[in-house]
Unconditional design. Structure first.
Lengths: 211, 266
């Protein structure tokens, strides 16, 4: 049976929790696999929300509301999901570099990546290059996300990229960076793979790096 | 009196960065003169955006700005070393922007400030990051004031920044800052409070509307200094109008004369 997830996608994009909840229950009652509801409905909806955030049709509070609703739905589906259903997009280690304590932007990216089906290991703020490398190894990650808000700590991004190279992981791990003082030019200069200007585009960039 | 720190000389602004890159002194000086005429009580200089050039850019900017400035500078860098070099070149006692409770910054800055004649912006930031509630902000403010007083910096020279956080990520962030400012001004008498008014509006559209309203509300809770663009006539109109509404403008003299001279616009 072909299942149509357009209504679920629409209800999530419109941030209508009551309607979404009803639609999800109907699908489950019809015997549609929870993994399909998650990946073809909810995650597809969050992808659209990410795009709308990037184009400034939706703003941070609306995206946070959508992510919260999405979280509630994932909670409902969780007992029905298998390991193959979750974390399908990839495994990401993310944090703010050493010397920098800012976490608002990083937390938004974490929220969006989780909603987009990534398994996210958030290592926090003020994270040393060695600690990033350890987390990449411990979690067998495919992608590293580095955040910095201060011009003085962007240099620490360069050192973190170097540390990943020295650890021998560089051919297995893609690196994306972001934060107010960061640019695409700087990303190239320090040998990262990509720069994302906001949390919406971070998902798009992460997916394209791992595809 | 409300203190206005003019924020325009910042290399993260494209035109300033280009002027600094091309060593265009005339552009910088014209901007500084306009900020002074518009009511800036300090001229902020931030040379941090051209990575690797902060020291030389700061020195060049200070030289060029001080040829025309009639108000003190606000030396703006997260790097204590840059601030120390900059301090040696000021012509008037400056404002130092900034000290925080972060371990590596607090003691270095305290050592540097000892015996200096200056005002200080003190950020309510410590090694655990941004403050979590208004009581947390107040505790940090208290530690900053005690630590600075111990080095000989008087209360009236301290400008506490409660670290406004975006309302977009938590709708209680505005209230948190208002409560903190009120408590700091009442329980640490003599100290000033300062805010960068554009942080609160991050992530939302029509930011200037939020900035203006936020500034008025912060002033109602006691804020007496702000880092802003004095050439933004609408935000300056809020400063003067709020001053009047808060009972600081006898017979509305300042408000009326500014309306007549076209400074205040609705």
């Amino acid at each position: 049976m072909m299942a149509d997830f357009d209504e679920i996608i629409d209800a999530l994009v419109e941030r209508d929790q009551a309607r979404l909840s009803e639609l999800v229950e109907t699908k489950l009652a019809q015997g549609i696999p929870a993994g399909d509801i998650l990946n073809k409905g909810l995650i597809a909806g969050m992808d659209i929300i990410g795009e709308k955030m990037e184009s400034e049709e939706l703003f941070i509070p609306e995206v946070m509301k959508a992510a919260k609703i999405m979280g509630a739905m994932v909670g409902r589906l969780k007992p029905l999901l298998t390991d193959e259903d979750t974390g399908v997009s990839g495994k990401v280690v993310i944090g703010t570099v050493k010397g920098d304590l800012h976490d608002i932007g990083k937390n938004l990216v974490v929220m969006m990546l989780q909603s987009a089906g990534f398994k996210v290991f958030d290592v926090g703020v003020d994270v040393s290059p060695d600690k990033f490398v350890d987390a990449l190894i411990a979690n067998d990650a495919d992608l590293l996300g580095l955040s910095a808000l201060l011009t003085t700590t962007t240099e620490m991004m360069r050192q973190t990229v170097s540390a990943v190279a020295e650890s021998g992981l560089r051919n297995r791990v893609k690196i994306m960076i972001g934060g107010a003082p960061v640019t695409g030019e700087f990303s190239e200069e320090i040998g990262a793979d990509a720069y994302a200007p906001d949390a919406g585009s971070a998902v798009r960039v992460a997916k394209s790096l791992l595809s | 009196m409300f203190h206005i720190i003019g924020e325009r000389i910042n290399t993260s602004r494209k035109k300033v960065r280009e002027a600094v890159d091309g060593r265009d002194a005339a552009y910088i000086q014209a901007d500084v003169i306009r900020q002074q005429e518009a009511g800036a009580s300090y001229i902020d200089i931030n040379a941090g955006a051209r990575i690797g050039h902060e020291r030389e850019d700061m020195q060049w900017l200070m030289e060029v700005v001080q040829e025309v400035s009639t108000v003190p500078l606000c030396l703006d860098s997260p790097d204590p070393d840059i601030l120390a070099t900059a301090y040696d070149r000021v012509k008037m006692p400056p404002m130092i922007n900034s000290i925080s409770l972060e371990k590596n910054r607090f003691e270095t800055m305290r050592a540097f400030l000892r015996g200096k004649d200056c005002h200080v912006v003190a950020l309510c930031m410590d090694d655990s990051g941004m403050p979590k509630n208004s009581q947390d902000i107040f505790e940090r403010a208290k530690k900053l004031v005690e630590g600075l007083e111990e080095t000989g910096i008087g209360r009236s020279a301290i400008f506490i920044d409660p670290m406004a956080q975006p309302v977009s990520v938590d709708t209680q962030n505005g209230v948190m800052a208002f409560e903190a400012v009120e408590k700091i001004m009442s329980d640490l008498p003599g100290v000033h409070t300062i805010a960068g008014i554009s942080n609160a509006s991050y992530g939302l559209p029509e930011r200037k509307m939020i900035n203006r309203t936020y500034l008025g509300l912060m002033m109602a809770h006691g804020l007496d200094a702000a880092v802003l663009d004095p050439l933004d006539r609408k935000i300056m109109s809020v400063v003067y109008t709020a001053d009047m509404l808060l009972g600081k403008d006898e017979f509305c003299d300042n408000y009326l004369s500014r309306v007549r001279s076209g400074i205040i616009i609705a």
